[in-house]
Ligand binder design. Structure first.
Ligand code: ATP
Ligand code: MG
Ligand code: MG
Length: 581
């Protein structure tokens, strides 16, 4: 594969490597996990990145972007990317999310085992260090316990134009704060009654430096540490420490954290000066999040779609979750392709959903076998073909890969064709079947339509035609009769019945979150249509098998509901972008 295009993050990494910024493998000197320390001065890792999801929901296409960037940088620059579960918020986190995250990252094709060591971590492993660091910050005068409740603190924070006001507890003696912090830790105070805050600057123009909260009281069970703690570090305090302990060199996050960078640097600088961490420290770099049109990635809104039954679950093929994309038929390679093509940028933008579909086509076109499906069947009777006779037709499994071989399927008197391929009264420019017209049955004979049969309500229920015996595809006479139309078909007695789910975009608006109305108002009422179709004999319904059904697009056998005996296929994407046309 071609090397990914360069971007500002790659430029930064290259400059840092050129300056030999991490030559001394400083992670060996941090008091972090043994697997990082043991790496030692001979550790071949040149940089360290991390993907740090919070296990409070399922991963989606936006996370795939972050995964691709972080693991991609490590891969391309001889480094290591850690998978770190950022589990500092016990009420919202669950083991089932941890398991799903691990599965999703693996499925996307990334591995956190590098140079023989597994780099899989949990923020909760560092709770002891974080707590010791908190005591050290109190001792050095950099933190204090504030006994105001959250509302009182908020009221004194000031605004963007007004400085904040010092808390009455701000200048209490360090010993007093230390005693209070230990009481907090020992469970002597209720949730919200007090908090540990950094002592920085209540007049800072950066609101994040106005004495941010470092620890809060939460009497909650943690999915890993159980009841050990009743105080938990804030994300903004925990995250820089996690990065430093793991020897992360490039801490890559989305733009909304740009305002947090001064605190990130302040905290790590203080802990280094206090002798708890060593230089060089990790550096935070921000990039623009991936915004795809016609989807939503907000965890809260995804949850609402699932809980209110607008979709069938977290793996509904219409959702942009990794589970949903996978079930829809998106491949890890297609998702990687999208992430690489969209690069990394410093300013927010919207990426057209069509780019994701194109990435899938580009991935599957060279490898997906072809097959025929008749999605809306109409019976066609070849009246001059004997009733008890069949013969073989054949087609390449792939038009550009003869080595994939050929597929064989029967031709006979009774066939299925698409309803849309017949018109009793043809509109202008219609080249398919109508009484008196000739078309080619793809890979078969030229036929001439002789009429149709209708039911009591006037619906066409059967079409009749005669075949021209000398015109079979692949025989010398194939081109003796020129026709404009070429239609797909299946031999009715041998075609396999299958359910096919025709998925479309879940929303009718490119940006359902800012269209002015509630996002649910923009749900596409036609985002799924289920048809009883027929498939070419031999089409494999084993869950996860992908095909290009000729003329219709890419389809995958559903992971949950399909089987070889009872195939169920999902449309992943059409052959061309036809949205809104
Ligand atoms: P929340 O913080 O609301 O729980 P989140 O989507 O930020 O949700 P995290 O688990 O914190 O979830 O995300 C893990 C990583 O994925 C973070 O580093 C985050 O920046 C990144 N990420 C999340 N959404 C996107 C996106 N749309 N594009 C790129 N990176 C993303
Ligand atoms: Mg989060
Ligand atoms: Mg987040």
């Amino acid at each position: 594969a071609a090397a990914p295009a360069t971007n500002f993050l790659r430029n930064i990494v290259e400059a840092d490597l050129a300056a030999d910024r991490y030559a001394d493998k400083h992670w060996a000197g941090q008091p972090g996990p043994a697997s990082v320390q043991q790496a030692g001065p001979l550790d071949p890792a040149r940089i360290r990145t991390r993907f740090p999801p919070e296990p409070n929901g399922y991963l989606h296409i936006g996370h795939a972007k972050s995964i691709s960037l972080n693991f991609g940088l490590a891969r391309d620059y001889g480094g290591v990317c850690h998978l770190r579960l950022d589990d500092t918020n016990p009420e919202k986190e669950e083991q089932r999310y941890v398991d799903a995250i691990v599965d999703a990252v693996r499925w996307l094709g990334y591995d956190w085992t590098a140079f023989g060591t597994e780099h899989y971590y949990h923020a909760s492993d560092y709770f002891d260090f974080m707590y010791q660091a908190a005591e050290a910050l109190i001792a050095s005068g950099d933190a204090y316990v504030d006994e105001q409740n959250p509302e009182e603190m908020r009221a004194m924070r000031g605004t963007l134009t007004e400085p904040g006001t010092d808390s009455p507890w701000r200048s209490r003696p360090a010993e007093e704060s230390l005693a209070r912090l230990r009481d907090m830790r020992d469970g002597k105070h209720p949730d919200g009654s007090m908090a540990l805050r950094a002592r920085i600057d209540m007049a800072s123009p950066n609101m994040n430096l106005r004495d941010p909260v470092l620890y809060r009281i939460r009497h909650a069970e943690h999915h890993r540490t159980g009841g050990k703690w009743c105080i938990y570090p804030m994300y903004t305090y925990a995250h820089p420490i996690e990065d430093a302990l793991e020897g992360i060199t490039h801490s890559i996050c989305t733009l909304e954290f740009e305002d947090q960078r001064p605190f990130y640097d302040w905290l790590l600088g203080r802990l280094r000066d206090l002798g708890l961490l060593a230089d060089p420290l990790p550096h935070q770099h921000e990039f623009a999040r991936l915004n795809l049109t016609y989807i939503i990635t907000s965890k809260r809104k995804l949850l609402q779609l699932v809980n209110d039954g607008h979709v069938s679950g977290w793996d509904d093929p219409r959702l942009p979750t990794i589970l949903g994309l996978r079930r829809r038929g998106y491949t890890p390679e297609a998702i990687q392709l999208l992430c690489e093509r969209t690069g990394a940028s410093k300013s927010d933008s919207w990426i057209d959903y069509a780019l994701l579909e194109q990435a899938l086509r580009d991935d599957l076109d060279p490898k997906a076998p072809r097959s025929v499906a008749v999605l809306r069947p109409l019976k066609l009777v070849i009246t001059n073909y004997p009733e008890d006779q069949t013969e073989e037709c054949s087609a390449p499994r792939h038009p550009h890969h003869p080595e994939m071989g050929r597929r064989l399927f029967p031709f006979g008197r009774e066939l299925w064709i698409e309803q849309e391929d017949f018109a009793e009264t043809p509109p202008k420019g219609f080249f398919r079947l109508f009484p008196g017209n000739m078309v080619r049955l793809k890979y078969g004979y030229v036929i001439k339509c002789t009429g149709c049969t209708k039911d009591a309500t006037g619906n066409v229920v059967e079409v009749q035609a005669e075949y021209l015996p000398d015109t079979k595809s692949g025989t010398p006479g194939a081109d003796s009769v020129k026709v404009k139309g070429n239609i797909t078909w299946l031999h009715a007695p041998t075609a396999a019945a299958a359910e096919v789910r025709l998925y479309d975009r879940l929303f009718t608006e490119a940006n359902p979150s800012s269209g002015g109305k509630d996002f649910l108002e923009y749900l596409n009422p036609n985002s799924i249509e289920v048809v009883q179709a027929y498939l070419e004999p031999g089409t494999d319904g084993t869950p996860g098998t992908s095909y290009q059904f000729e003329r219709f697009g890419y389809f995958v056998a559903d992971r949950e509901d399909s089987s070889t005996l009872k195939p169920v296929f999902n449309r992943t994407t059409t052959l061309r972008d036809s949205w809104g046309k």
